[in-house]
Design a protein around this ligand. Sequence first.
Ligand code: KG4
Ligand code: ZN
Length: 336
Amino acid sequence: MKDTLILGIESSCDETSCSLVQNGCVELATVISSQIDIHKDYGGVVPEIASRQHVKNITMVLDECLTKANKTMDDVDAIAVTYGPGLIGSLLIGLEAAKTLAFIYHKPLIPVHHIKGHIYANNLVKRLTFPLIALVVSGGHTELIYMKEDYSFQKLGGTLDDAVGECYDKVARVLDIPYPGGPLLDQMAHQGKPTYNLPIPLNDDSFQFSFSGLKSAVINLVHNELQRGNEINKEDLACSFQKVVVEVITKKTMKAIEDYDVKNLIVAGGVAANKGLRESLTKTCEEKGIDLTIPPIKYCTDNATMIASAGYYAYLHGKVADLSLNAKSSVPIEED
Ligand code: KG4
Ligand code: ZN
């Protein structure tokens, strides 16, 4: 069978990225231009600045990707692009680039849901085996998804308020840890002890999550201690916070695995980089004989490699859009 080369484009938040992936699993080249250093000064992503940076970067990133892979647009079979969910102004830049390329070079345009991209990051590590449970943990999402087969997604539950990555970033901010706080808080958690008592959020049998109460509990604790003139042991607080987060995510994920009788678990999204979560899932899956895949860090945070991989399977399933395709800031995974 002829190889299929997909050009992936991702610009949903603060990373401008292009990637060339063959047959959904062979990465030829990826270029990512991150804006973290620019947004750091503001303590979070500033949407207006993010879109302007995407405009500045997109052509360069595309050229560099094609050069790196020693390919031209003529070699590309289809163009896969993140159309949502994400920051609308950011999404529009990648989408316009993809539509322009599709129009000029007469290539099919494949719309990719950002979270489906995160899920297919695992396909770059190992071919997905079905049925499986996908745990999606990122700055905007905390979801458990059941996949019966390729490109079939059933949402079992998700967060009722803050996403887990968002909660990490907000807790980090109250501890004066620079943006993005998640990775640093994770490091600090490993240097501390779980000495602070924090509530386990939505500790029930459902597949729903809630992190805003936990976030408020940490913020209140910090304010109360400071008002009393007490010092906070940041490492211990990070460790106590991470322990609760990891415990509740591990418990609900393992329940989904049992209830849906699957043997495969994949983890996706920026928080899949979390060392505490990786350790906990690895240990629990080993004990229960579950085959666990967690992508390496470079595929956990936003990148176009995962979009090209998901795009390949979307293409095989006939998902092709016309040039009226628009960006959407929010799209439930089952409505994509
Ligand atoms: O998937 P991603 O790159 O962007 C979204 O689509 O949201 O995820 C970014 C999120 C941020 O909230 C960041 O703080 C968090 O992932 N993150 C982490 C870690 N690395 C990134 N959170 C906890 N521990 C980490 N090691
Ligand atoms: Zn993401």
